[in-house]
Design a protein around this ligand. Sequence first.
Ligand code: 9D3
Length: 244
Amino acid sequence: MRIDILTLFPEMFACVLNTAIFKRATERENVRINVHNFREYTHDRHHTVDDYPYGGGAGMVLKPEPLFEAVDAIKTETQGEGVQPVPVILLSPQGRLFSQQVAAELARQSHLILICGHYEGVDERVVEHLATDEISIGDYVLSGGELAAMVVADAVVRLVPGVLGSDVSAIDDSYATGLLEYPQYTRPPEYQGWSVPEVLLSGNHAIIARWRREQALFRTLKRRPDLLDRANLSEQDKRLLSKK
Ligand code: 9D3
């Protein structure tokens, strides 16, 4: 998979791209991440990327030309590499909400182009005629799309086959149950008077499995009842929950 990120702040990506997961992903050559400063696609002396909004109002708007030209240059460089059209994703507060499901959908692509907006906004012609998708990572205000692009890249890259070891993917299958995780403990068995639940020391794997399932269900009911509607529940799970 190839991911190209367009930003005015390329230096923000350095430490994230140098962490273990991204290094491993890129070293095994199944992932290539390129960060581009789209200011380099301006032609005027001042390398202007933004301008005043038509109709007035506070703040600046990102001009369309540098973004269209940057995307064009990337598509030209990679043309012939894939047959599918390349998704061009604008990170924006107006986008569809990012989720594990959206990450899985993006992980099936061989190439992604991510555009990080900034300032007060992006010229609407970028939204309408350049971006093929618009993604938000949640209902809070960030100063730009950079952190959102890193969140998306991280969640997508770890789903690319071969990036993670097989045990982690197996653990991921259990997330497919759609429940929150059960509590975990390690040594010591007692710390400052707080003990590890007796059941976990019992060595009885069937009882441990039942306790963990119960904990996962009760936690989800208490903290994220919205997840239960979509969770994969057995008849026994439903009976347990109805007693709460
Ligand atoms: C002038 C109105 N703006 C300020 C309230 C709207 C606005 C524009 C640009 C708010 C934030 C931003 C910068 N944020 C993003 O580009 C962004 C974002 C976000 O803020 N929250 C969640 N996901 C994302 S993805 C990109």
